[in-house]
Design a protein around this ligand. Structure first.
Ligand code: PAF
Length: 271
């Protein structure tokens, strides 16, 4: 595995592989890797000749009162994990933007609800960094986790709207043995927070297991199950438009975001 920190060197190196006909796969991350990230890298590995992973904690996607400074980092461990799943190039830029960077990539509407409502500007930061990373890596295929379900939908829309020749693959959410969706932020949870965090998945399971076609009935069953300090949303939406549904008569997705202690957690399930 080759590690590269500089934007221009990364772009030159990867363009060269493409010129030689190699199919480039890409998994962007913010590091502090867990089995969820590794599962995305394995998915990408099977779909490409040259696998690139990036680690960059992107300041643009953090709000002023969010955890940018505390975001967990462990580059040495992450490097070993990337190597263990067959990453060929690990891109670890200390800085990604030029001092006079002036472009924002914004996907409208899809970013209005769910996490977009409680984290204004978050998805603009995500799409801006992902577009820039796509420009540097120029992948043929990129893999994103279904854990960040809205992010995956937003990136799919950006790629479609901008006609980027990149196949976007969604990787299934990975859970710990107790059912908690894997997240780098789980590190913040103490034992009692963790058991309350598990109620998010319990609520989603109750929604999935209810046979009712009525969204309001399913939500009424699930709401009392969530033992969080505050709930940003518990919603049932169309899987690609992310519009709230009233009746379940086709594919749907239930999503939740809530604060447990100082940690904001998200989870989702297909219906
Ligand atoms: O999902 C993440 O870790 C980040 O949002 C991403 C896609 C790496 C962009 O910073």
């Amino acid at each position: 595995m080759h590690t590269v920190a500089d934007v221009a060197s990364a772009q030159t190196r990867l363009l060269d592989f493409k010129r030689h006909g190699l199919r480039v796969g890409f998994v962007p991350t913010m590091g502090f890797l867990h089995e969820g990230h590794l599962s995305l890298m394995r998915l990408a590995r099977a779909r490409c000749d040259h696998l690139v992973a990036s680690i960059y904690v992107n300041p643009l996607q953090f709000g002023p009162n969010e955890d940018l400074d505390q975001y967990p980092r462990d580059l040495e461990r992450d490097t070993a994990l990337c190597e263990s799943v067959g990453v060929d190039t690990l891109f670890v830029p200390p800085d990604l933007y030029d001092g006079d960077h002036s472009t924002t990539v914004r996907v409208q509407e899809l970013t209005d609800g769910l996490c977009g409502a409680s984290r204004p500007g978050h998805f603009d930061g995500v799409t801006t960094v992902v577009a820039r990373l796509f420009g540097i890596v120029q992948p043929d295929v990129a893999v994103f986790g279904e854990k960040d379900y809205q992010q995956l939908a937003v990136i799919r829309r950006m790629v479609r709207d901008l006609c980027l020749p990149i196949e976007i693959v969604g990787g299934p959410l990975v859970r710990d043995v107790d059912g908690l969706a894997l997240s780098s932020r789980n590190k913040y949870l103490n034992a009692s927070d963790r058991s309350r965090a598990l109620t998010l998945f319990a609520a989603l399971q109750a929604i999935a297991n209810s046979g009712s076609p009525s969204v309001s009935e399913r939500l009424a069953i699930a709401r009392p199950i969530v033992q969080a300090d505050s709930v940003d949303y518990l919603s049932i939406v169309h899987p690609s438009s992310l519009k709230p549904l009233e009746t379940i008569d086709g594919p749907a997705r239930a999503l939740v975001a809530a604060h447990v202690g100082s940690t904001r957690l998200i989870d989702n399930i297909g219906l």
